[in-house]
Design a protein around this ligand. Structure first.
Ligand code: AMP
Length: 291
């Protein structure tokens, strides 16, 4: 049975009890509208921990649009049912008021790794993410927290924040879950028409082609960047690659020679929908990423 907890004080009581019982705690932070990508994180947490807490928190300010509360409530019911089927112990669905008390004076800001990519295209985004994730980590005090590789820069930011602030949590990064056609699952995919979706597939295909060029044809990183731009170019004016790059998986600095791991990062905008994807690549003889 999954408990739905809205009040942070009630969550604290649950967490105190769990720590007293020496339960290992797994945590998955989400914005709701759960799909198989989210559920892969939840299932892994359930496998690896005594108790799993899933947060569902949508910050309306982050989107700049008023949320239809009725619709949100319906989606939350579906999310709770999915979490329950995956044997989640607690769904934590706090109110905006509880998470963003008026007059908040503290922000968690990271430098360097937030300067490029999503940091450029969504100014302030990672301050919001790091601040909310830090707040949630303080409330939940998890032993392990599960994040998706799909939002690669976000996973790097959260991992670095936890390391820099010596938070006692192991940040686990889980593989990207894709649809059969190769498109990474995302709640944003629902906004794509059939024609849009055909355009969207340029992104995963470009990343696969780039990986092959790097590893099989020994292409230089510069040639790989050109290949990404070319593979994502479209005749449609409203389809645009916002970025496509080969970077170091921890510093996110551009790689000029692949020696060890790299990550191919891509963002393709189709109409108003921004689609993220990436592939981790490794030079021959390098152990699998994450090992
Ligand atoms: P969101 O609700 O979009 O904030 O996502 C919550 C978590 O689910 C984040 O850690 C995401 O990276 C992860 N996630 C979203 N989509 C996928 C996917 N297709 N595969 C794996 N993880 C995902």
């Amino acid at each position: 049975m999954t408990d739905v907890v809205r009040d942070p004080r009630a969550l604290r009581e649950y967490i105190e009890m769990a720590h007293r019982n020496r339960f290992s705690l797994g945590f998955v932070a989400t914005m709701g509208a759960l799909h198989e990508g989210h559920l892969s994180l939840v299932r892994r947490s359930v496998r690896e921990n005594d108790r799993t807490i899933v947060s569902v928190y949508v910050n309306p300010l982050q989107f700049g649009v008023a949320l239809d509360l009725e619709r949100y409530q319906r989606v939350l019911e579906d999310d709770v049912a999915l979490c329950s089927a995956a044997r989640t112990d607690v769904v934590f669905a706090p109110s905006v008021r509880d998470m963003q008390p008026p007059g908040r004076a503290t922000l968690v800001t990271l430098s360097g790794i937030t300067d490029d990519f999503e940091g450029v295209h969504r100014p302030g985004h990672f301050d919001g993410v790091a601040t909310i994730v830090a707040t949630l980590f303080n409330l939940v005090r998890p032993h392990r927290a599960y994040f998706g590789q799909k939002d690669f820069q976000q996973a790097v930011v959260v991992r670095r924040m936890a390391r820099d602030l010596q938070m006692p949590v192991d940040v686990v990064v889980c593989p990207i879950v894709r649809d059969a056609d190769g498109l990474a699952l995302s709640s944003r995919n629902a906004f794509l028409s059939d024609a849009d979706r055909a355009e969207a597939l340029r992104l995963p295909r470009a990343l696969v082609a780039a990986e092959r060029a790097l590893l099989e044809d020994d292409a230089s990183p510069a040639a790989v960047r050109a290949l990404l731009a070319d593979a994502m170019s479209s005749e449609r004016d409203d389809v645009e690659m916002e970025y496509g790059d080969l970077v170091h998986p921890e510093t996110l600095a551009p790689i000029h020679r692949l020696d060890g791991h790299g990550v191919l990062l891509g963002l393709l905008r189709v109409g108003s929908v921004r689609l993220l994807d990436n592939r981790v690549v490794a030079s021959p003889g390098t152990p699998a990423w994450g090992d």
